[in-house]
Design a protein around this ligand. Structure first.
Ligand SMILES: *Cc1c(COP(=O)(O)O)cnc(C)c1O
Length: 427
């Protein structure tokens, strides 16, 4: 057993040796009075984004007005898609960037069910993000009433057995859709193995990469992925409501049709023809005018990820989570906390969930600074999960040490008792 103080020294020496340490200053200008462990919900703003947006607004928009469409904006979605393609291990023409994850998910599910006529089952799991499940329910209810949704149940609320997926797949399975990294527990599927299992039954797989992109290496082409969607405001630091993306493998682009036929998905939108003719490749998945301001704000976040290198980020995230687990086992488990994420890094994304019966009030006490301590921002997922989003671009080992120290004090001294049970709208 090491003394608590030992871990402070350990954190400091990790920070000193950290080859990515300088990236923190790309996000945080001055001494910060807050420890932000919620990068898996809304990533921090790169300082470069603020500089860039000033120019986009005051030059491109205010002065350039309509001419900026030709000078700066028309090709912006393709430019951003090409950067995302590098992060996703895909070809640029396989990526569309725009709309929200939910809308892109709708387009690809609808298009897949049309293509897979003759098959009538959709398979997912109960660790998936609620929005995805609602969309599946809605598509079945409104457009595919003969289809059936089968939801595989996790046995421990943390992981899903690959075997259970294998058993559930059959010749009738049109679509299998899963979160690559689960939003609550951070459980991560082996993407290439799942793709292979599904392909044996001619099932199309749609991955939701929202909690994976920017936190773990992704190789869509190499892993045989068919389809994917994901958001860019979490580990990619694209900003609130940043445009989402979708990926359609080249050989599926002619077979899966976007159900939303808007002018930006037309082959020649500025001919203003009255007959729809879909664009080729991923551009056909556009619908309306691209969100230029938020697309512009997304670019610096992508550049930083590419510069840091996803493998380096992953390596740091592993060290940081091991450090957190070591401290949790020694100091927090005796106080009623339990780890609600897979321990082995190869089965986990970058965030870590801790459970405690008093999770809600503890998370409120973390946020509230007292005496000379900093505010610590986690997030909370009902009923009792405190999620700690480790974002190696800007979180230090000392951040993690401080977080455990605070959690320990809050429970040991029962500080959480002075907070009430009321919840705010966004948690
Ligand atoms: C955050 C998240 C989303 C977000 O969907 P939006 O439609 O962009 O709000 C979707 N799926 C998963 C798995 C997520 O974690």
């Amino acid at each position: 057993m090491q003394e608590f103080q030992f871990f402070k020294k350990k954190a400091l020496s990790f920070d000193k040796l950290d080859p990515l340490a300088s990236f923190r200053s790309r996000f945080i200008a001055e001494k910060e009075e807050m420890i932000y462990l919620d990068g898996n919900s809304l990533g921090r703003m790169p300082l470069e984004t603020e500089i860039k947006m000033k120019s986009v607004i005051s030059q491109q928009w205010a002065k350039g007005l309509i001419s900026s469409w030709n000078d700066h904006w028309f090709d912006l979605p393709q430019k951003i898609a090409a950067k995302l393609a590098k992060i996703l291990g895909a070809h640029p023409d396989e990526i569309f960037v725009g709309d929200s994850t939910s809308i892109n998910f709708y387009k690809l599910v609808f298009g897949t069910l049309k293509m897979q006529s003759g098959k009538n089952t959709i398979l997912t799991d109960n660790l998936n993000f609620p929005s995805d499940i609602y969309l599946l329910q809605g598509i079945i209810s409104q457009s595919f009433p003969e289809h059936r949704l089968q939801i595989i149940q996790s046995k421990d609320g943390i992981t899903v057995e690959q075997e259970d997926i294998a058993h559930a797949l059959n010749e009738k399975t049109a679509l299998l859709t899963l979160s690559h990294v689960a939003f609550k527990s951070a459980f991560m599927y082996n993407m290439s193995e799942i793709n292979e299992l599904a392909h044996q039954k001619n099932t199309v797989v749609l991955w939701d990469l929202s909690h994976a992109v920017g936190s773990v290496p992704i190789r869509l082409n190499a892993d045989g992925a068919d389809l994917a969607v994901g958001c860019t405001y979490k580990y990619l630091n694209g900003g609130p409501g940043a445009p989402a993306f979708l990926y359609v493998r080249r050989d599926l682009q002619e077979k899966i049709v976007n159900p939303i036929w808007g002018w930006f998905g037309h082959r020649k939108p500025f001919d203003f023809s009255l007959d729809y003719l879909p664009a080729t490749q991923s551009s056909q998945f556009a619908a309306g005018t691209p969100h230029i301001l938020s697309l512009s704000a997304l670019e610096p976040g992508l550049d930083i990820i590419l510069e840091a290198g996803i493998n380096n980020l992953r390596e740091k995230s592993r060290l940081q989570s091991d450090f957190l687990f070591e401290m949790t086992k020694q100091f927090l488990e005796p106080l009623g906390f339990s780890i609600a994420s897979p321990i082995e890094a190869e089965h986990r994304g970058s965030h870590i969930s801790l459970r405690h019966d008093e999770g809600w009030r503890i998370s409120k006490a973390m946020i509230d600074p007292y005496q000379d301590t900093k505010s610590i921002i986690p997030d909370f997922r009902p009923p009792d999960v405190i999620r700690l989003g480790i974002a190696p671009l800007y979180n230090s080992f000392t951040d993690i040490y401080e977080c455990v120290k605070r959690l320990r004090e809050i429970v040991k001294h029962e500080y959480y008792l002075s907070y009430d049970q009321t919840k705010s709208i966004v948690t």
